[in-house]
Design a protein around this ligand. Structure first.
Ligand SMILES: NC(=O)c1ccc[n+]([C@@H]2O[C@H](COP(=O)([O-])OP(=O)(O)OC[C@H]3O[C@@H](n4cnc5c(N)ncnc54)[C@H](O)[C@@H]3O)[C@@H](O)[C@H]2O)c1
Length: 381
């Protein structure tokens, strides 16, 4: 039996889901929805007449035989479609960040419980081989009980957020939600507790500036020597749909999100961690260190290049692992996420990126952002 999937939101990410679910032998894309008719017309050329096309998600849910729905709308617009899907008795996979408020996360979790359906959150890095192996090592007790940790997001590609609406708080709320949510989720997962208190500092120290909010690359005299100007205005996204590259200047005066942040996080199991996010590092990588009462684990992620080092107190031997890259996007995590989601919907098996995981990562991001703005520690409720 094939899983009948629908996708809401035909942006870059929604098109990715259309591509992978329509090419997976265990699933089919029976319907798609976007408010924008032009996006629907473009994707119709790829998916054809076997898929139904809607501008209204409620109409789609009432007219089509669907098992599961992916919600890949903008960060600001996750709640309504997720509630519609769950209230219509379908499984749901919502993209990260789960929401921009804890109230919205809680409403989604309550709706999933009431419906008895899966509510998954797109935190696919949990299925990357690096992080799977780190979790296995931690869970089998190699470093003992985790006491503290430090996590660093080196986001050389962070400039792309400043070329898009994410540079505005009114759209992104904070890059701790839009970007940090993945590594924060992994940190929460490894720690094995719920975050309860966050103290943070942060700044806007590289992007933003004095340029006019209207300034774009095509109109800029410096575009040929600017490292942030895209080489082309368009690119071919999944399903062969042409998408636009973002071109807003990264140095405009209207930027009001931070481009770096450092958070101290306390957990209900006594663990303490720090999380650092920087959007102007030369390299794009993630680093995770945890210290337990028996040893220490370090994990390094660079797209397809993974390393783990485990050392133990009073022992000279350092164990090194290089987990394989299995192919696919997001360190291979997307592959694992898709297969596990299909299994969970068809066979009732576990889907580890659940509503609580989504809520906990949002909670740290929101509390961190509030703490940066107020200068005070923020308790998570
Ligand atoms: N997990 C990941 O690694 C990952 C990667 C990229 C994006 N994302 C997330 O995926 C989501 C989508 O990102 P994107 O880059 O594709 O965005 P996008 O802006 O390119 O596309 C969003 C689409 O949703 C449509 N839309 C908005 N509200 C709608 C509604 N109520 N009903 C139907 N359609 C609606 C818009 O018209 C638009 O076409 C975001 O939440 C983003 O954070 C996650």
């Amino acid at each position: 039996m094939k899983l009948k999937v629908a996708v809401i939101g035909m942006g870059g990410r929604g098109l990715f889901f259309c591509d992978v679910f329509s090419n997976n032998p265990r699933s089919e894309v029976v319907a798609v929805c976007d408010l924008d008719r032009k996006r629907l017309d473009a994707v119709r050329e790829c998916l054809g007449a076997k898929t139904a096309y809607y501008q209204d998600s409620l109409q789609m849910l009432s007219e089509t035989d669907i098992d599961a729905v992916v919600v890949a709308t903008n960060d600001t617009d996750h709640k309504e479609p997720v509630l519609q899907v769950l209230q219509a008795g379908r499984h749901c996979l919502v993209e990260k960040p789960m929401a921009q408020s804890l109230e919205d996360c809680d409403a989604m979790i309550a709706a999933a419980e009431k419906a008895g359906k899966i509510l998954g959150v797109g935190l696919e890095l949990r299925y990357c081989t690096l992080f799977q192996q780190m979790k296995e090592i931690i869970d089998r007790g190699d470093i003992g009980e985790i006491k503290l940790g430090w996590v660093v997001d080196n986001v050389s590609v962070g400039y792309t957020f400043f070329q898009r609406r994410f540079k505005h708080r009114s759209f992104a709320k904070s890059l701790l939600l839009q970007k940090g949510t993945h590594s924060i989720d992994l940190m929460n997962w490894f720690v094995g507790g719920n975050p309860i208190r966050v103290y943070g500092t942060g700044g806007l120290d590289y992007f933003g500036g004095k340029e006019s909010p209207e300034k774009t690359c095509p109109s800029c005299m410096a575009r040929k020597r600017c490292p942030y100007a895209p080489a082309a205005l368009e690119y071919e996204g999944h399903c062969g749909v042409t998408l636009s590259n973002p071109v807003s200047c990264v140095f405009t005066s209207d930027v009001d999100v931070h481009d770096n942040a450092m958070l101290n996080v306390q957990y209900d199991n006594g663990v303490r961690t720090t999380y650092t996010e920087c959007h102007f590092t030369p390299e794009y990588s993630r680093e995770f260190t945890f210290v337990g009462d028996k040893g220490k684990i370090y994990g390094y992620y660079e797209n397809t290049n993974f390393k783990i080092r485990v050392s133990r107190r009073h022992k000279e031997v350092v164990e090194e692992y290089t987990p394989p890259f299995i192919g696919g996007s997001h360190g291979g995590g997307d592959k694992g996420m898709i297969e596990t989601f299909i299994d969970a919907c068809l066979k009732g098996s576990e889907f580890i990126m659940d509503g609580l995981a989504g809520r906990n990562s949002v909670a740290v991001g929101l509390a961190g952002d509030e703490s940066i703005r107020t200068g005070r520690p923020v308790d998570i409720c």
